[in-house]
Design a protein around this ligand. Structure first.
Ligand SMILES: Cc1cc2nc3c(=O)[nH]c(=O)nc-3n(C[C@H](O)[C@H](O)[C@H](O)COP(=O)(O)OP(=O)(O)OC[C@H]3O[C@@H](n4cnc5c(N)ncnc54)[C@H](O)[C@@H]3O)c2cc1C
Length: 533
């Protein structure tokens, strides 16, 4: 790795915002040599804000200008990617990998990747060099845009609800001292830490083999969403129980040749909003799905994805309960299947359309209006087989929706309240994101601020209800997709760290210890309670 000095003051300004949408003052340094840039920054006494694919708000919680007072400045170091990964020999050491390089050790079922690649690029390199069924079990819906380093740093998880650590063999971390290669439990010192403990330069993963084809199935969910969805999840459990194999092995589960790798929820409202903005061919297909909702009298769509050796028709037959001729109580008459590569792209465009649109609307400032304010729920719960426990969790979300809709009616004319629900329903992690976005005209600052407080109070109630349901039904709350920030949000809503379950308390303590032990060059932007303040 190079050890060259960098003139940080001559670097361009970074165009970054914090989680509240406020601009961050920082320079940007894009590099293939993450370790070299970090070493140079720490040597020059610059604070480091790692940047990845920038698909999340940069994690700068409680960031105050005085927290960088002792530094020369803040530099956002961003690993440089490439159009395609550069594949180098299998013996390449992890701490020698550049940000756009991949090294595949097919004998051991391992792939090492530089921090600037996307997982779609890593999977493409695996397909070319280890065979088309070789795959990483990391499946964020931002798989084509989030970077390896960013995903490890957020601890992100998609429809499969598996954290990166479930596949991680080792992580190379740069923090200004000698490069560290973390393995085993030590991976927790960086996973989900948002770069507050150092910068991920490269990571080595165990890959596996999956059944040959991928399918999607969209089912309109009729009747009471709470009871029907709970019944569906309890019924589908065998196909969602995924036995993770040894490195290089084939995944399997109770569902034999068919594995469900995601059950995602899209509300009818979100689908309608998507259709208003979508382009072909996704729009026509989405209109077809809306029609299915109408015929079925459904307000929700369950979007199932999976891998199978079977055709989509045979998958349907496999999932069907012959007695009720339903899939866990959900009729299949208006279901729509997707199987080929192009169809799966359309399927994903529709499934991700709702969250994408909600995020975009939350970011864009319309003429004559204030900057929208937005908040999304993110609390991941592992479910038992018992459907009454699932009902208790889903009821808490239903109550939240009722409260937000009531607020929307109350504020009509001053603040517009938009609620979009989408997200993950796997028994391995129930986390149906509910995003609330507030819009108000310029001059209505006070009304917007009051509405924010009301939404935040309702969200706290939801988190309370979920923690209570977890306690009563023996469910595990495992934090959220945003790693440490999700943990902090849950602790704040619970009324402090001491009110958390034992497992979350341990996670909180471990997170704080790691942040407090990290160089201030990285920990300067962590929330106050993690810095021991
Ligand atoms: C369309 C879309 C779909 C999404 N779907 C999902 C989903 O299914 N599941 C999910 O969990 N999230 C999802 N997200 C959120 C986001 O993609 C994830 O949080 C992702 O892990 C962020 O990766 P990134 O490379 O973009 O990181 P960034 O957004 O650039 O950074 C995120 C945080 O990680 C830190 N960081 C970045 N790179 C490094 C590094 N090399 N070392 C140390 N710290 C670093 C940053 O400082 C920041 O705090 C989605 C976002 C979008 C826009």
């Amino acid at each position: 790795m190079s050890d060259a000095a960098i003139d940080f003051l001559s670097l361009p300004e970074a165009d970054l915002t914090d989680d509240g949408g406020r601009p961050l003052t920082a320079r940007i340094c894009a590099t293939h040599d993450v370790a070299g840039a970090v070493a140079a920054a720490v040597r020059a006494n610059w604070a480091v804000m790692p940047a990845g694919g920038l698909t999340s708000a940069i994690g700068s919680f409680d960031y105050r200008p005085d927290s960088v007072a002792g530094f020369g400045g803040v530099v956002a170091i961003r690993p440089k990617g490439a159009l395609a990964a550069e594949v180098i020999g299998p013996a390449a050491p992890l701490d020698g990998l550049l940000s756009h390089q991949v090294s595949i050790d097919a004998d051991r079922g391992l792939v090492s990747a530089g921090a600037g690649l996307t997982f779609a690029q890593v999977n493409a390199a695996l397909a070319e060099h280890a065979g088309p069924t070789a795959r990483l079990l990391i499946d964020l819906t931002s798989i084509g845009s989030a970077f390896v380093g960013g995903v490890v740093a957020t601890g992100g998880m998609g429809p499969l609800r598996l954290r990166p650590s479930r596949s991680l063999e080792a992580v190379c971390v740069a923090d200004g001292g000698p490069l560290r290669v973390l393995t085993g439990d030590d991976v927790a010192l960086v996973e989900g830490m948002q770069g507050w403990t150092g910068m991920v330069a490269a990571a080595r993963f165990r890959y596996c083999r999956v059944p040959a084809s991928e399918f999607g199935l969209v089912l309109p969910v009729q009747g009471s969403d709470v009871d029907t969805v709970a019944g569906l999840l309890a019924y589908l459990r065998p196909w969602t129980r995924l036995d993770q194999p040894e490195a290089g092995g084939r995944i399997g589960g109770e569902g034999g040749d068919t594995v469900l790798n995601g059950i995602e929820l899209v509300s009818r409202d979100s689908l309608e909003a998507f259709i208003r903005h979508a382009e072909e061919p996704a729009r026509s297909k989405a209109e077809g799905l809306l029609q299915s909702c109408e015929y079925a009298g459904a307000d929700w769509l369950a979007c199932l994805t999976g891998w199978s050796e079977l055709s989509i028709d045979d998958v349907l037959m496999t999932l069907l309960d012959p007695e009720t001729e339903t899939i866990g109580g959900v009729g299949i008459d208006f279901g729509v299947g997707f199987s080929s590569g192009a169809e799966m792209e359309t399927f994903r465009a529709i499934r991700e359309g709702a969250p994408d649109l909600a995020r975009t609307r939350a970011r864009v400032v319309q003429p004559g209006r204030l900057k929208p304010w937005s908040t999304s729920t993110d609390i991941n719960m592992v479910l038992p087989a018992d459907s009454s426990a699932i009902v208790a969790v889903l009821e808490a979300y239903a109550d939240y929706r009722i409260a937000i809709k009531a607020l929307s009616r109350e504020l009509a004319g001053t603040v517009e309240v938009e609620l979009s629900a989408y997200g993950h329903l796997s028994p391995a992690g129930l986390d149906p994101h509910h995003r609330v976005t507030l819009f108000a005209a310029e001059g209505a600052e006070a009304a917007l601020a009051a509405a924010r407080l009301a939404v935040a109070a309702n969200k706290r109630t939801l988190i309370h209800d979920l923690l209570f349901a977890a306690q009563r039904h023996g469910l595990a709350v495992t934090g959220g997709e945003k790693g440490a920030p999700s943990l902090v949000e849950i602790a704040r809503a619970a009324g402090g760290e001491s009110r958390l379950s034992d497992a979350l308390k341990t996670a909180f303590r471990r997170t704080r210890d790691a942040v407090m032990a990290a160089p201030a060059h990285f920990s300067f932007r962590a929330p106050a309670e993690l810095r021991g303040e």
